[in-house]
Design a protein around this ligand. Structure first.
Ligand code: UDP
Ligand code: MG
Length: 313
C-alpha cells in the first residue's frame, strides 16, 4: 500500500540515540492510524548505526534503510531519502532526539489544513549559546539577502507536500539547503512552534567549520547579494579614496607635504587588504561551486537500499 506519510531521518554516527529514537518514533507513527513509511538514511556512519537501523527493520514493518556510499552531509542524506519517499506528506527529522518525534502529528495537521511546507520554530532552544546567537544572525541575514521569510532555518523537523518534494528532487544542485529550497517553491508555507531538547547522547556533527561551510551554501545557493556587496564596497572605497587623494593634493599645495600618520595609513591599508582578500574569497565561494557543478560528479551515491522487492518502484 502506498504510504501517506514518509518520515525521513538522516543518521550519522548516532548509535547512542537510536534505540530511544526508534521506540519513540515507531510509537508515534503507529498512532497516526494511516499508512506510513520510515526511511532511515545512514550517511556513512562509522559506528553501529547502520546495524541498528537494519535490526529495527527486521523487527518492524514499513521501514526502509538506505546506506550511503560515504558521508555526504545531512542535506544530501535527506535528498537521498526524498528520492525514495513515496508518501503524499514527507517529514524530515534529526536522529538525535533534539526534535521530539511526538511533534510529528502537529506537522501533519498543519499540512492537512492546506499548507504545503511546514517549518518549525524551536521554542526554548537547547543548544550552546554561540549556536543560538549565530543562528539568530544567520536567520536575519539570510532573510535579508535571499528575500525568503523564515524564522528558523536550522530546525530540520519539517513537513513537505508531495509536490514540493518532487520540485526539490528536480533541483540537481550539488550543494543545497533544503528548508530554503522548499521555501522557494512553497505557495502556502507556515511555521509552527515545536519543543526542543538538548542533545543527550553523542555529539553535534557540526563543528565550527562545517557550520560555516553550511551557511556559505545557504548564502551562495540562494542569493547573489554577497557578490553585489563586494562590488558596492569596492565602489564606496574607490570614491572615498578619490576624495582622500584630492584632500591630500590640496593639503600639499597649501600646507606642504604630509610626513606623519604613517601608521594610520598602515591601518587603512591592512583594513583594505582584508576587504580585498575577503572579496576574493566570496568570489571564490561562487567559482568553487560552479566548478563543482561542471564536474558533474554524482552529488550523492546510495550504496544499497534495504527494502522489500515490491517496494522497489
Ligand atoms: N547528519 C548526517 N550527516 C552529517 C551530519 C549530520 O546525516 O554529515 C545527521 C545527524 O545524524 C542528525 C542530523 O543530521 O540526525 C543533525 O545533526 P546534528 O544533530 O549533529 O546537528 P545539530 O543539531 O548540532 O545542528
Ligand atoms: Mg542535533
Amino acid at each position: 500500500m502506498r504510504p501517506e506519510v514518509s518520515l525521513v531521518i538522516p543518521v550519522y554516527n548516532e548509535e547512542e540515540s537510536l534505540p530511544e529514537l526508534f521506540s519513540r518514533t515507531v510509537k508515534v507513527l503507529k498512532g497516526l492510524n494511516r499508512p506510513y513509511e520510515l526511511i532511515l538514511v545512514d550517511d556513512g556512519s562509522r559506528d553501529r548505526s547502520l546495524a541498528l537501523c537494519l535490526e529495527l527493520r527486521e523487527r518492524e514493518g514499513s521501514i526502509r534503510v538506505a546506506s550511503m556510499n560515504g558521508n555526504f552531509g545531512q542535506h544530501m542524506a535527506i535528498m537521498a531519502g526524498f528520492s525514495l519517499a513515496r508518501g503524499e506528506m514527507v517529514i524530515t527529522m534529526d536522529a538525535d532526539l533534539q526534535n521530539p518525534p511526538e511533534e510529528i502529528p502537529k506537522l501533519i495537521r498543519a499540512m492537512e489544513r492546506g499548507h504545503d511546507v511546514v517549518g518549525t520554530i524551536r521554542t526554548f532552544r537547547q543548544d550552546p549559546l554561540f549556536r543560538k546567537v549565530a543562528s539568530k544572525i544567520v536567520n536575519k541575514v539570510t532573510n535579508r539577502i535571499t528575500g525568503l521569510r523564515l524564522n528558523d532555518y536550522g530546525c530540520m523537523l519539517r513537513g513537505y507536500r508531495r509536490r514540493i518534494v518532487d520540485l526539490i528532487i528536480q533541483c540537481q544542485e550539488t550543494t543545497t539547503f533544503i528548508p530554503a529550497l522548499a521555501q522557494k517553491f512553497a505557495l502556502s508555507p507556515v511555521e509552527v512552534s515545536v519543543k526542543h531538547s538538548e542533545r543527550k547522547k553523542g555529539e553535534s556533527k557540526y563543528g565550527l567549520f562545517k557550520l560555516i561551510r553550511l551557511n556559505f551554501d545557504l548564502m551562495t545557493g540562494f542569493s547573489m547579494v554577497p557578490l553585489q556587496a563586494v562590488t558596492m564596497t569596492g565602489i564606496a572605497v574607490a570614491v572615498m579614496s578619490l576624495g582622500f587623494t584630492i584632500m591630500l593634493i590640496l593639503r600639499r599645495l597649501f600646507l606642504g607635504p604630509e610626513a606623519e600618520g604613517v601608521f594610520t595609513l598602515f591601518a587603512i591599508n591592512f583594513f583594505l587588504m582584508g576587504i580585498t582578500m575577503m572579496s576574493v574569497g566570496i568570489g571564490g565561494e561562487y567559482v568553487g561551486r560552479v566548478y563543482q557543478e561542471v564536474r558533474k560528479r554524482p552529488r550523492y551515491v546510495i550504496r544499497h537500499v534495504y527494502q522489500e522487492e515490491q517496494e522497489d518502484d
